[in-house]
Structures are given as structure tokens and as C-alpha cells.
Design a protein around this ligand. Structure first.
Ligand code: ADP
Length: 423
């Protein structure tokens, strides 16, 4: 039997590359998929080595090889391969992420120590068991049954009820699969600390700011004409700080909320209000049009939807030079209805689009400040839409204008006049 013609240097190189990539990306937050790619490489190497070893075994036991020198060399290489295989398995065993190698029927071939802790797998009895059956009753089993096309985020770890995990399933080799689970409990805890901190600071700042603002309002600039411009600036800035604090508190509330009230939101009235507010902000500098053809009301939180929809209209006013046009639309789509605001304003270059909904992300700080923005508006819009299972789509061309569109699903629509309970 001829040993597989894999040059011996290739295996340590692949091993080194896999381990290096794994170590490099493993430390990065959010590097789950990248780590997965490295682990798939690692799994490929482990499998390759296992196969080579398997093929080599009959030869290792052959009592008399035709050429003793050749036989010795082959034995030496086999031992080196076996040692490599052992090292690789040891390395994979120690990974902090749970790793499970699955065959084409999703039966468990191999798993590491973290998989015992996080997924509750036991050796040797779980080797060869169907993973879905082994995890029956958990969110993970439902996810596997559903095809596991997208990663599963924030699931309770079947083996450790107080831990949360992100899980992905990656194909490799000959229809084999690699299941990866990462413990994200500490990230969730940090996120909670961050949320609490922002909420507490904002709450603590609210009262002193109200007091300062109140006193500033009491001072008549005519009594101190030499300070009139200073007073004016102080009022503007204290109002701005107050608005930032209110927006931060709104964001904190939205972040901790998982459900919203399911109330009827009459769209005809809401759209008329949004338009009126935009006109008040524009002071006649823009042509503002409303086109409402959807004939549908929304189901959700009236206050939050008002805040989100009017935010987009006020942004259009603030980022469109005088003389521009703004069109607010509410129309049906095949899978629901879309609210959109189109403007002929400054526009945004493509490099910024994916980051616009991050807190305090601004394309131009001075333009945002001059227009009275807090840098939190689109963040609030995104959270409100998430709570209504709606998506924000942004299209923009610098110098031409922008369209911000909110796509609502059918389940969030009510025909005007329908009673909620008729749905
Ligand atoms: P801000 O309070 O700064 O307006 P937002 O979160 O509402 O904060 O918006 C983030 C950034 O997105 C803005 O600073 C601005 O640069 C850009 N932006 C938002 N809406 C528009 C628009 N209609 N046209 C051009 N730029 C916009």
C-alpha cells in the first residue's frame, strides 16, 4: 500500500496556520466566524491526519516490508504524524470555544472539553450520538432542526443554565460539519454594566440640568445687557445637554425593552403631525409633501413610532439646504407597508451608511451641531424599528439627496377602522 502523497512539511504548516489564525482571531470580540474558519482548517487537518494514520495502520503492522530501509522511514513518518495528530487534538481540546465535529448525519464524531461544559456532552457515551437528539428540548435542537442556516445568538447553554452562547454550524470536508459555541456571558454582563452606567449617569444629570436651565430662564438679558450674548449661548447649550440626556434615557429604555405595547397607531393623524412638525422646523425653507396611499394603521407603541418617524422627517429638514424638497410617503409593498422620507439634501457617501445608526456617529460633527442634533436620533429610530420587527433602509447620494425607509411587516398593519381584536 502506498502512503498518501502529502508532503510532510504541509501538515505542520497547515497546523501552524490554523492555530495561529485561531489564536489571532480568537481574542477579538466578534471574531466568531473568523475563528470558525480557522477551526474548519484545523478540523480538516485533524481529519486528514486521521485518514492518513488509518491508511497507514495496515502497513505499520505488516511484518516484512519488501525494503527494510523504506519500511523504517515510513514507520518514522507515521509516528511523527501520530504525534502531530495528538498535538492537534490536544490543542483543539483546550480551546475556550465548544467545538463538535459532526458527520454527514449530524452524529457526534469528536468534541472538546468546552463542549462538555457548555453543551453538556459526555464521553464516551455521546460519541456517535445524534446531536439533535442529545440536545432535545433545548433551543439549540430546534435551531438544528430548522437547518441552522444563520448563527444562533444569545441562547442558553444546554450544559450551563447560567451561561449564554452564540452558536454557528460550518460545513467542511465531505459533508461533515463543525459546530462552534462561544460563551458570551461575560460580554452580556459587560454590556449590562455599560447600559446601567449610561442610564444612571443620564438620570443623575437630569435634575441639575433642569435647575440650571430654570435659573437661566429667570435671568432677563435686558437686566445684564453686557452678558446678553453669553446668556443666549448658555441657554442654547443647556437645552442641548437636556436633549442629549433625554435621548440617552430613551435609548436606555428601548434597549432594555423586549416588547412594546400593541396599540393601534392611526397613521393619518400621525403623518399629519409629522408633516406639521417638519414644517415648523423648516420655517418655509423647504417644499414638504405628504403622499399617503397605504390605507393602513400600525400596531405598536404610538409614542415610540411618533419619535422614530418624526426623527427621520426632522433629519431631512436639518440636512437639506433651503429651497430643497422633502417627500414623506406611506405606501403598501408586497409584504407590508413602508414609511419613507426622501430629501434633496446634502446626501451621505456610501462609506458612512452602515455606521449611521451607531450612537453619536455623525458624518459631519459641525453640521450636526449647527443643526441642533444630538447624534442619537438614528440610534433611537433603529431600536424603535427593531421592537416593531421593522427594518431601516438607507439610500443616499452625496449632493443629490437621501431616502430613509422603514419597512413594516404585514403583522404590524391594521386596516383603518378595523378593531384590533378583529385581526
Ligand atoms: P444627529 O442628531 O447628528 O442628526 P442622527 O443619529 O439623527 O444624529 O443622524 C446621524 C448622522 O446621519 C447625522 O449627523 C448626519 O450626518 C447623518 N444624516 C441623518 N439624516 C440625514 C439626511 N437626511 N441627510 C444627510 N445626512 C443625514
Amino acid at each position: 500500500m502506498t502512503p498518501p502523497a502529502t508532503p510532510s512539511w504541509k501538515l505542520p504548516a497547515a497546523l501552524a496556520a490554523a492555530l495561529f489564525a485561531g489564536a489571532a482571531v480568537g481574542g477579538l470580540a466578534g471574531g466568531h466566524v473568523a475563528t470558525g474558519v480557522a477551526l474548519v482548517a484545523l478540523a480538516e487537518v485533524v481529519l486528514l491526519l486521521t485518514r492518513i494514520r488509518h491508511q497507514a495502520r495496515p502497513m505499520m503492522t505488516t511484518p516484512a516490508a519488501p525494503n527494510p530501509l523504506q519500511h523504517d522511514r515510513f514507520m518514522m513518518r507515521s509516528r511523527r504524524l501520530a504525534a502531530n495528530l495528538r498535538d492537534l487534538r490536544n490543542a483543539a481540546s483546550q480551546l475556550p470555544d465548544a467545538v463538535v465535529l459532526l458527520d454527514r448525519q449530524q452524529r457526534i464524531r469528536w468534541f472538546n472539553h468546552a463542549a462538555e461544559n457548555l453543551l453538556g456532552l459526555r464521553r464516551p457515551q455521546d460519541r456517535g450520538a445524534a446531536l439533535q437528539q442529545r440536545l432535545a428540548g433545548s433551543k439549540l435542537a430546534d435551531w438544528l432542526r430548522g437547518g441552522a442556516h444563520e448563527p444562533l445568538n444569545d441562547a442558553v447553554a444546554p450544559g450551563q443554565a447560567d451561561s449564554q452562547i452564540n452558536v454557528s454550524l460550518l460545513p467542511f470536508g465531505d459533508q461533515e460539519q463543525l459546530l462552534l459555541a462561544r460563551d458570551i456571558s461575560h460580554l452580556n454582563r459587560l454590556e449590562q454594566v455599560r447600559r446601567d452606567f449610561v442610564a444612571n449617569v443620564s438620570h443623575e444629570l437630569r435634575t441639575p440640568l433642569t435647575v440650571i436651565h430654570g435659573y437661566l430662564e429667570l435671568i432677563d438679558p435686558e437686566d445684564v445687557p453686557e452678558l446678553a450674548s453669553v446668556l443666549d449661548e448658555m441657554r442654547v447649550q443647556s437645552k442641548r445637554m437636556g436633549q442629549i440626556v433625554e435621548d440617552l434615557l430613551t435609548l436606555s429604555r428601548l434597549e432594555t425593552q423586549h416588547h412594546i405595547s400593541d396599540e393601534r397607531v392611526p397613521m393619518a393623524a400621525l403623518l399629519a403631525t409629522v408633516r406639521k412638525e417638519a414644517e415648523a422646523l423648516s420655517h418655509g425653507r423647504h417644499r414638504i409633501t405628504l403622499q399617503s396611499t397605504a390605507e393602513a394603521d400600525l400596531l405598536g407603541s404610538p409614542k415610540d413610532l411618533h419619535s422614530a418617524l418624526s426623527n427621520l422627517a426632522s433629519n431631512a429638514v436639518r440636512y437639506t439646504p433651503a429651497g430643497g424638497s422633502i417627500t414623506i410617503r406611506w405606501e403598501r409593498t408586497p409584504d407590508g407597508a413602508v414609511y419613507s422620507v426622501n430629501d434633496t439634501g446634502f446626501g451621505i457617501s456610501a462609506t458612512h451608511l452602515s455606521r449611521l445608526t451607531e450612537r453619536f456617529y455623525r458624518v459631519s460633527s459641525s453640521r450636526s451641531r449647527d443643526s441642533g442634533g444630538t447624534g442619537l436620533g438614528l440610534s433611537i429610530v433603529k431600536h424603535v424599528l427593531n421592537l416593531h420587527q421593522a427594518q431601516l433602509r438607507i439610500e443616499s447620494t452625496p449632493g443629490v439627496g437621501s431616502t430613509f425607509a422603514c419597512q413594516f411587516g404585514q403583522a404590524r398593519l391594521l386596516a383603518p377602522g378595523d378593531k384590533d381584536e378583529d385581526r
